[in-house]
Design a protein around this ligand. Structure first.
Ligand code: ZN
Length: 489
């Protein structure tokens, strides 16, 4: 593969077509169903599906035998399903037999999603979630990096191979529309499409992060999670605090007390044994190596307010705390007015939304049950306490890399960035990876992405680092080419 030629191809297609398409995409507020229960009525998801498929269909004409279908199961978000047959690399026989057309042959599965996180507050002057802004090589706005670029990166990688007539295996591209809601619809689609997907031996997931923008980063693990609402109810209606305080216990104080059962309020350490796993030795070693590469950017890339200091003693420990330890964040509160409207009232209830990240190999269901039992048992003052957490999500720990793939990733990273590939765990979750890991135990995974320092997916000022997106797409082309030549060997 002529890598500089791939680089040139990526520059052309990203600058000429993909960035303009993503610019339009950012304008559409197609929030994931969890954040827009009326998504179907609003029609934004449909708008994006139409936009994405129009672009993809035009491009797929260059890949003989390929097809695109918007698959729709009743009552669920749509899913874009693209099939590209394997290519031998010989122009006169460009539709493959050698690499398998059907379920019996090797298939590469590429994954991304098109639904978005909600707006969030705190966007800088001149920027906004639905207002695309191109500045300093970055495309600002919600969803460009998480994860609108993925389908475009996947297709551009295949087109780059086509341009040079390089062989690749049969490839399916799955773009779902409910990832940011925890992918509740995806298992149904994967079942439904199982025969058409075939036997996957390489997964390329373009929905993850990078430690910097200087090399290719491979995600080695993802955390699981338990999300739920803790509600403490002490009154049937609010009462003047002058009349009630001292007699009625505060629901906030009880909630605080209950949280102490699962988390040490001083250190942030979680307390329940079901939330912990032994950390594998190779992951400890990788955390140390990543700490060497990243130095203090491990924490300095985060927008600490004033003099706020990071947790943990050193950068390797911080990486492990973020990727292999359970951690709690309170992500929403209900039962309270905004401060301007807060009178002297003892409020009837407190609801806290708990987002509890779990270690990659922790079992989600026992963890969820343990948290629920700890929070609900024997409530102070016999207050009405409920922890409403319907389910937990498993995390994921990557299988050991096949030697051909490690070599390919290094070759690709060196060619695109001038530096070798780096490995890191991610603190976030991609539910689909856990699902695939179980379904295809022998599969190799390339989980990577553009979410690097300050890119701030889910927060304000999200941006797509355009140069990195192009380079990752080029790296994927290299991996696809090496995957095919390894099979031919
Ligand atoms: Zn995402």
């Amino acid at each position: 593969m002529d890598f500089p030629k791939v680089t040139g191809f990526m520059n052309g297609i990203w600058d000429g077509e993909i960035i303009p398409a993503l610019t339009d995409y950012i304008r559409i507020p197609n929030k994931s169903p969890a954040f827009d229960p009326d998504w179907e009525k609003h029609g934004y998801m449909e708008q994006v599906v139409e936009m994405f498929t129009a672009w993809a269909k035009a491009k797929l004409e260059q890949l003989p035998g390929s097809s695109l279908e918007v698959v729709r199961l009743p009552g669920r978000t749509p899913l874009i399903f693209i099939e590209v047959p394997g290519a031998t690399g010989e122009p006169e026989r460009s539709v493959a037999t050698a690499y398998g057309q059907g379920p019996s042959g090797a298939t590469i599965l590429m994954y991304g999603h098109l639904d978005k996180q909600p707006e969030m507050t705190g966007w800088s002057e001149g920027l906004g979630p639905w207002e695309p802004v191109l500045k300093d090589g970055k495309l600002y706005g919600r969803g460009g990096a998480d994860d609108g670029y993925a389908m475009f990166a996947a297709i551009s990688a295949l087109l780059a191979l086509k341009q040079q007539n390089i062989a690749h295996a049969r490839t399916v591209i799955v773009i779902e529309a409910c990832e940011e809601s925890g992918s509740p619809d995806l298992p149904f689609y994967i079942d439904h499409l199982s025969d058409r997907i075939g036997t996957v031996d390489l997964v390329v997931c373009l929905d993850s992060g990078c430690g910097n923008y200087d090399q290719l980063w491979l995600t080695t693990s993802l955390r699981g999670m338990v999300i739920g609402n803790l509600t403490v109810r002490v009154l049937t209606e609010g009462v003047h605090s002058g009349a009630a305080s001292g007699i009625v216990p505060s629901s906030f104080r009880i909630a605080r007390n209950l949280l102490n059962r699962i988390e040490d309020e001083t250190t942030g350490q979680m307390k329940l044994p079901d939330l912990f796993v032994p950390i594998p030795g190779d992951r400890v070693a990788q955390a140390k190596a990543t700490a060497e590469i990243l130095g203090d950017t491990v924490f300095s890339e985060l927008p600490f307010a004033d003099g706020t200091k990071p947790m943990a003693a050193d950068n390797a420990a911080r990486i492990l705390e973020k990727t292999w330890m359970p951690q709690l964040a309170i992500t929403a509160v209900a039962g309270y007015p905004v401060p301007e409207n807060g009178g002297n009232v003892l409020l009837p209830y407190t609801t806290l939304k708990l987002s509890l990240r779990l270690p990659p190999t922790a079992r989600a269901e026992p963890a969820r049950a343990a948290v629920k039992a700890a929070l609900e048992a024997d409530p102070p003052y016999d207050a009405a306490v409920q922890f409403d957490a319907p389910r937990g999500e498993g995390g994921w720990n990557a299988p050991t890399l096949a030697p051909w793939l490690e070599a390919s990733l290094n070759k690709a990273s060196n060619a695109a960035f001038g530096k070798p590939v780096a490995f890191h765990g991610e603190g976030g979750s991609i539910p689909f990876m856990a699902m695939l890991g179980e379904k295809f135990p022998g599969t190799q995974f390339v989980v990577t992405g553009v979410l690097g320092p300050h890119s701030n997916a889910h927060g304000p000022n999200e941006f797509l680092h355009i140069a990195t997106a192009k380079k990752i797409a080029a790296c994927i082309a290299q991996v696809l080419a090496d995957h095919a030549s390894r099979q031919a060997a």
